[in-house]
Ligand binder design. Structure first.
Ligand SMILES: [Zn+2]
Length: 469
C-alpha cells in the first residue's frame, strides 16, 4: 500500500489576543516521522511510506490566514507529488481556528479530499480536546482520538489509526463514522481521565472497540477556549455496521449526558489569595499551584505577572513562579549579571487584557545561558518571591525545566506554574496540587468568558440545556 503521513495541529484559544504565525510551529519532516519500530514493521511488510510533515504549535490565539495557507499549500503540493495514494494518515488536533477562514480542520479535510480523491482512505488521529465539525467526519474514513488527559497515549493513538486504516484497506472496507454532539461544555481540567466520571466513561472505549461492527470509539471533551459553533463534548465512532455504530454512539452519549453534573476539577480550587493560604496551610512541600487563567497549554500567553504580585503582597517565604514570558526583562537581567539589581516591568505585554506590566525591583540570582536545546532564562527574586523569566512561552511541564535552572523543588513551599491540570510527570510527582481560578484567556470559570459562537443552550452555562438523543 502507498501510505502518506502528515499533520497540522493547533489548539486555538480564540479569547487570546496573541495570534499564531508560521514561526510558532515546529515542523518535523521526512523519516523522523517514522523512526519508531511500528513504522519499520509496516515497511518490512512491504508498505510504501511517505512521511511528509507534521507541524504543531503551542496553543495560542487564532492561526493567521497566511500561516494556514502556507501549510495547506505545502500539504497539498506534497500530496500531489505522491499520488495515487491508498491511504493517508492525518494527525490533527481538532480545535484549530483560522483568521478569516474559521474551522481549520474543515478547510484541511475539504482540500485534502479534493486532491487525493474518493478512493484514498483517510484516517484521522485527534487530540481528545477536539471540537470537531461534522464536515471533517464526512470527509474522513476513520477517526480516533487520545484516551488519556493528561495525554499519555499520543503514539499509541497514531499507531491505532494506522493499524485500523491498513486493516480496512486490506479488507476493502470503508467504515461508517458517526459523531454525536452533546450540549455540554467542559474544560479539560474537569475531565481528567484518571478520575471519575471520565475514568469509567473512557474505560468503555476499549470495550466498544472489540464489539462486532465497531472499529474504534472516541469521546471528545473538546476545547472550551475555542469559541466556535462546534465547541462541545462529542462521541465519535467508526465502524463497519452503521446500525451498531448508531446504537452504541447514542448509548455512550446518553451515559455521558446522565453524568454531566459529576464533571469537576480534581483539585482544590480558590482565588489566588485562597490558593496561597491553602498552600501554606498544607503539610506537604512543594505544593504546586496552577495559575489556570494564564495556562500556556490552553493558549494563554504565560506572561501575566498578576499571581507574582499577589505572592509579593502576601509576603510569603519559599514561593517560586515558574515562569513568566518576558524577553525584555530577561535582557535587562543578562545586562546586570548575577547578583545585579534591576528595575523591571515584568510581563503584561502579550496579555494586555487581564494583565499590566508589574513594576518591580529584582535581584538576579542565576542566569542560564543559551545552550543546545535550552533557551536563556533568569531566576530573580522580587520581594521574597523567586521568579523565572524566560524569552518564550515554554510551560514548566516536566521536572527537567526546574533542574536545568538548578532549582531544588523540594526546597520550595509553593510553586506556581502556568498550567491547568499538571502534565504526567508533575502530576505523578507533586505531593499536592491546587487549582487557582485566576483570570485570563484560559479562565476556568467558563461563565466569565465572552462566548459569542457557542450553540446555546449548553450545560453548565445554561442549566436548563436539554438533550434527548
Ligand atoms: Zn489535549
Amino acid at each position: 500500500m502507498r501510505i502518506a503521513i502528515a499533520g497540522l495541529a493547533h489548539e486555538t484559544n480564540t479569547f487570546s489576543t496573541l495570534p499564531t504565525s508560521y514561526e510558532d510551529f515546529r515542523v518535523t519532516r521526512g523519516s523522523a516521522l517514522i523512526d519508531a519500530p511500528f513504522w519499520q514493521r509496516l515497511a518490512d511488510m512491504g508498505h510504501e511510506l511517505f512521511p511528509l510533515f507534521v507541524a504543531h504549535a503551542t496553543p495560542s490565539g487564532r492561526v493567521t490566514r497566511a500561516c494556514f495557507e502556507r501549510f495547506l499549500d505545502d500539504l497539498l503540493t506534497d500530496l500531489q507529488e505522491h499520488l495515487p495514494l491508498d491511504g493517508l494518515l492525518l494527525h490533527l488536533h481538532g480545535a484549530m481556528d483560522v483568521e478569516g477562514v474559521g474551522d481549520g480542520e474543515t478547510a484541511i479535510l475539504r482540500a485534502v479530499r479534493d486532491i487525493v480523491g474518493r478512493d484514498t482512505f483517510i484516517a484521522v488521529t485527534l487530540d481528545l480536546h477536539a471540537n470537531l465539525a461534522q464536515e471533517v467526519v464526512i470527509h474522513s474514513d476513520l477517526l480516533t482520538a487520545y484516551r488519556t488527559a493528561p495525554h499519555r497515549d499520543v503514539l499509541e493513538t497514531q499507531e491505532r489509526g494506522a493499524r485500523l486504516m491498513i486493516a480496512c484497506m486490506e479488507a476493502k472496507i470503508r467504515p461508517t463514522s458517526l459523531m454525536i454532539k452533546l450540549p455540554l461544555l467542559l474544560a479539560g481540567e474537569s475531565a481528567v481521565t484518571e478520575v471519575e466520571p471520565a475514568r469509567s466513561l473512557y474505560a468503555r472505549l476499549s470495550q466498544l472497540d472489540s464489539s462486532p461492527g465497531i472499529l474504534t470509539a472516541s469521546i471528545l471533551i473538546g476545547n472550551a477556549w475555542t469559541d466556535s459553533p462546534q465547541t462541545a463534548v462529542s462521541v465519535l465512532l467508526s465502524g463497519t455496521d452503521a446500525n451498531v455504530v448508531n446504537r452504541e454512539a447514542s448509548k455512550l452519549a446518553r451515559e455521558i449526558w446522565a453524568r454531566r453534573a459529576e464533571f469537576a476539577i480534581d483539585a482544590p480550587t480558590g482565588t489566588m489569595d485562597e490558593a496561597i493560604r491553602m498552600a501554606y496551610a498544607a503539610p506537604e512541600q512543594p505544593v504546586f499551584v496552577s495559575d489556570s487563567g494564564d495556562n500556556i497549554t490552553a493558549g494563554a500567553t504565560g506572561d501575566s505577572p498578576v499571581f507574582l504580585e499577589h505572592l509579593v503582597n502576601a509576603g510569603v517565604q519559599g514561593a517560586l513562579v515558574a515562569g513568566i514570558t518576558d524577553p525584555q526583562s530577561l535582557k535587562q537581567c543578562f545586562a546586570a549579571g548575577e547578583g545585579g539589581v534591576v528595575d523591571l516591568f515584568i510581563g503584561g505585554r502579550l496579555d494586555y487584557t487581564f494583565a499590566r506590566p508589574y513594576a518591580a525591583r529584582a535581584t538576579v540570582l542565576r542566569l542560564l545561558h543559551k545552550a543546545q536545546g535550552v533557551t536563556p532564562q533568569a531566576l530573580v527574586r522580587v520581594g521574597n518571591v523567586e521568579v523565572v523569566l524566560q524569552p518564550d512561552r515554554q510551560p514548566f511541564t516536566d521536572l527537567r525545566y526546574f533542574e536545568q535552572l538548578g532549582i531544588d523543588v523540594h526546597q520550595k513551599k509553593m510553586i506556581v506554574v502556568k498550567l491547568g491540570y499538571l502534565f504526567p510527570e508533575l502530576r505523578d510527582f507533586a505531593p499536592r496540587h491546587i487549582m487557582a481560578l485566576s483570570p485570563g484567556f484560559s479562565d476556568l470559570r467558563l461563565d466569565r468568558l465572552p462566548y459569542q459562537h457557542l450553540v446555546r443552550p449548553i450545560y453548565p452555562l445554561d442549566k436548563e440545556a436539554e438533550w434527548r438523543g
